[in-house]
Design a protein around this ligand. Structure first.
Ligand code: GLN
Length: 476
């Protein structure tokens, strides 16, 4: 079977009866089997996906949903009724979700097929997929390298063609960073564009569902289906959802800013830097205006992000107490021990570190020094970002400072690991949409990505422009 990179290709072949939906599922299942060594899926819904494909195949053509032929992997932080969901944590071992996330329901209503749930960092905390209770996922470009994280396996699932697209979640870059390290398109919408109902919470004022795909077109399509008001999430926007797929182009010349402090950052790898500059040149040749501007807050973003997200996580994760659901320590002899032993045995080291950090920054004596300060930094960054968008259409940033690194390299150095998100966290701090697009490979064959960001709720403009540059780039 062909290697498909967009739903429109699949739908054309289904329509022409070159393939059937069950064939397509069988093809992806075979790919999953062949890539087992990459440890992409925690669970594959093989029989169920095949049965659904057979049933959907019977639908008359005029009744088929928008996502007919869309085969998806979903990150193990999204609730799917009747299926296990663990956030890659021991603490949720054995837990079966009684309901589906709103996003999942909307995808299914349009005839998408979910083929399995993908590995990720525990509770989406991490940048390498190494903190999963189910072991590390490997980068398909080089199995000794990390895929990025936390939606690392969702990125590899797409990279290795085990599904057409995958869902991830992005709190500080978890969709865009692995997308860049695996050479696929990673898209995070504005905060509040997609309902978070049924997404396991990490940092609730940052979390957003995002997509990993080969094409910008599929990112737009999935967004169109998932976005919009939802009575189960009070933070979701009431703004109408534009028809993203029908406006997937960009007229005229764009004004793009990039930060001197980002491209000149000491952490920048030489090849990532040179490929980013080549991309800038390409944009200029196409007539767009690219300007280097000052942005003095880059080095404050990571510390402020880790204060705020750990604070939110310490509160969000308090529900995993061994009483309500999931793992319960068999070694406890009273209620207090049930809490402490369950949490000590059930959470991995990174999650425990963050709960403790978050509890600390919220504690009476330190709240103002850390939490309030970080909120102020967040506000300052938003003011500055907003003012940039008064002049510019987009902000261009590298997606990551370096290509993928060796598995194990940063495992014992959390601060260095946190710094790998230096360019992605900005978009979550201020709730704007951002996309990582593949630029090509470095000399070792490792993928490199670039990132574009737009003002809040300007997804249509961002996706339209991304489509232009991505298709031109792929045509080269
Ligand atoms: N790597 C970042 C963190 O560990 C981002 C994670 C995410 O976006 N879920 O917090």
């Amino acid at each position: 079977m062909k290697t498909y990179t967009s739903l429109s290709q699949i739908q054309a072949d289904l329509q022409a009866k070159q393939i059937t939906l069950p064939d397509l599922i069988a093809h992806y299942l075979e790919k999953i089997e062949k890539t087992k060594h990459l440890n992409i899926y925690i669970e594959v819904f093989a029989e169920e996906a095949l049965a659904r494909a057979k049933a959907l195949q019977q639908k008359p053509e005029n009744e088929r949903g928008k996502l007919f032929g869309m085969v998806l992997g979903i990150k193990d932080v999204l609730c799917y009724a009747g299926h296990a969901v663990t956030a890659s944590s021991k603490i949720l071992e054995g837990f079966v979700s009684p309901y589906s996330a709103t996003a999942i329901e909307r995808l299914l209503a349009e005839d998408a097929i979910i083929i399995g749930r993908t590995n990720c960092d525990e509770f989406a905390m991490g940048s390498t997929n190494e903190s999963s209770y189910y072991g590390v996922t490997r980068n398909a470009a080089d199995p000794d390298k990390v895929p990025g994280g936390s939606s690392g396996a969702s990125a590899v699932a797409v990279q290795a063609h085990t599904c057409l697209a995958a869902l991830g979640s992005d709190t500080g870059g978890s969709v865009r960073q692995p997308a860049a390290l695996c050479g696929v398109v990673g898209f995070k919408p504005s905060y509040g564009r997609i309902s978070r109902y049924g997404l396991i919470a990490y940092g609730s004022s940052f979390d957003q569902i995002g997509t990993l795909s080969h094409s910008v077109e599929d990112a737009a399509l999935l967004l169109e289906v998932m976005a919009g008001a939802d009575e189960f999430d009070s933070t979701v926007s009431q703004l109408p959802v534009p028809a993203y797929t029908s406006a997937l182009s960009f007229e005229g010349k764009a004004k793009i800013a990039y930060f001197k402090s980002a491209l000149g950052h000491e952490k920048m790898d030489a090849e990532v830097k040179s490929q980013t500059f080549q991309f800038i040149q390409q944009l200029e040749q196409q007539g767009h205006e690219v300007t280097a501007i000052d942005f003095d807050y880059l080095d404050y973003i990571i510390p402020a992000y880790y204060v705020l997200t750990t604070a939110e996580a310490s509160s969000n994760l308090s529900r995993y107490d061994g009483v309500r659901y999931g793992y319960r320590s068999p070694n406890a002899t009273n209620l207090y021990e049930t809490y402490t032993k369950t949490r000590s045995e059930g959470f991995g080291i990174e999650v425990q570190r963050r709960i403790m950090l978050g509890t600390f920054v919220l504690s009476a004596g330190y709240y103002d020094a850390y939490y309030t300060k970080a909120q102020q930094v967040r506000q300052l960054i938003w003011q500055r970002t907003k003012s940039i968008f008064e002049t510019y259409d987009f902000i261009l940033m590298p997606a990551t400072p370096t290509p993928a690194w060796e598995i194990g390299k940063l495992k014992d150095d959390p601060v260095e690991m946190y710094l790998s998100d230096i360019f992605t966290v900005h978009a979550n701090m201020v709730g704007i949409p951002a996309i990582a697009l593949p630029l090509g490979n470095n000399k070792e064959g490792l993928p490199i990505g670039v990132q574009l960001m737009a003002n809040r709720f300007e997804e249509a403009k961002l996706l339209g422009f991304s489509q232009e540059v991505h298709s031109k780039k792929s045509a080269v």
